[in-house]
Design a binder for this molecule. Structure first.
Ligand code: F6P
Length: 354
């Protein structure tokens, strides 16, 4: 292994996610193990611009693996998107001898990492968001904890629905991604799952609720992803109107973003943190750590962002020009498989929902 760095930085950016602390801990410990110093950068790119940094040692990351949130704090930074903000961030790196950065967060965090890498500060991205909405990776840190928190909440709602013969429409976070809604819906036996990725037949749902009612079913959980943008409240009124089943609305909101990370989040965050430092030590830059199956791998960030754009139907003009035909085909195949897997799980969840 070629060691090229004396001091690196680590930051968390975007929405916090359980397991980010485990990743920070792994970064610090792996780096210190190779005699590389680590600067903690507080509040993401905002802190980098403002010079809000501090040298971390092993003690700073002890007793954090079990804590939710991020000890480095997080913030969204519009200033970082400006040339002036970017220059200030680079000045902070120069002033404090930060030669490379591990950036932990979502797709916005990766765009920032790419901008810094292009300007000579090598960055490695680690996917951290409860949403699991980064298409280039099967897994993002925080996803498992958020879903486990959510199923506990929804199980409680089902108890009270059953007692009162009610329906509960539950809106759950995920930004524009239905992964959390789909899996939590399946895991809590939801009668219907509504996600913005796939069409949903409202009339058919009413019929199914009425059939269930005739059979004596007393509880109905309807799981709606946040990406449906306010539809869940309207649906709550409609269900009561069309089926006569008393219906309540619950938005789980930020509660699913906190709490102690699950084993899966702690383990994956640790593996990803170690992998990110190893890449920097190998002299690599502008890469993002991804998980495919159970394997931790690395992709070029821009390639990963293009996969993400392709999956979300947001390819920019000229974006594919830098890739070979083979690359584009393999991206298309990857995205098609991902979408097909999502649809299969959705259909399976609905097949066993009644
Ligand atoms: O990306 C994580 C997330 O919790 C999304 O699920 C949600 O749409 C968004 O962040 C909420 O953002 P904020 O914390 O700024 O309200």
């Amino acid at each position: 292994m070629v060691q090229q760095f004396k001091r690196i930085g680590v930051l968390t950016s975007g929405g916090d996610a359980p397991g980010m602390n485990a990743a920070v801990r792994a970064v610090v410990r792996q780096a210190r193990d190779h005699d590389v110093e680590v600067m903690a950068i507080y509040e993401g790119y905002k802190g980098l611009i403002e010079g809000n940094v501090r040298l971390f040692d092993m003690r700073d990351v002890s007793n954090i693996i079990n804590h939710g949130g991020t000890i480095l704090y997080s913030a969204r930074s519009p200033e970082f998107k400006t040339e002036e903000g970017m220059q200030k961030a680079i000045d902070t790196c120069k002033k404090h001898g930060i030669e490379g950065i591990v950036t932990i967060g979502g797709d916005g965090t990766f765009r920032g990492a790419t901008d810094l890498s292009r300007r000579g500060i090598p960055c490695i991205g680690v996917p951290g968001t409860i949403d699991n909405d980064i298409a280039s990776t099967d897994y993002t840190i925080g996803y498992d904890t958020a879903m486990n928190t959510a199923i506990q909440m929804v199980d409680r709602l089902r108890d009270t629905c059953e007692s009162h013969f009610r329906c509960n429409v539950v809106e759950i976070m995920g930004r524009n991604s239905g992964y959390i809604a789909l899996n939590v819906g399946l895991a809590t036996g939801a009668a219907q799952i509504v996600v913005n990725e796939l069409p949903f037949d409202e009339e058919r749902m009413y019929d199914e609720i009425l059939i269930g009612k005739k059979r004596g079913k007393r509880h109905y959980i309807i799981m709606v992803s946040e990406g449906m943008q306010g539809y869940a409240e309207k649906l709550t009124e409609n269900i009561q109107l069309h089926t006569g089943v008393e219906t309540r609305f619950t938005r789980l909101g930020h509660v699913v973003r906190g709490g102690s990370p699950t084993l899966r989040d702690r383990v994956i965050a640790s593996r990803m943190g170690i992998a990110a430092v190893n890449l920097l030590l190998e002299g690599r830059s502008n890469m993002v750590i991804c998980m495919h199956g159970e394997d931790i791998e690395a992709l070029d960030i821009e390639y990963a962002l293009t996969i993400d754009h392709m999956y979300k139907g947001k390819i920019k003009e000229g974006e594919l020009e830098r890739y070979s035909i083979d690359d584009i085909q393999s991206m298309r195949h990857y995205c098609a498989k991902k979408a097909a897997d999502f649809k299969t799980l959705y259909n399976q969840a609905l097949d066993i929902s009644q």
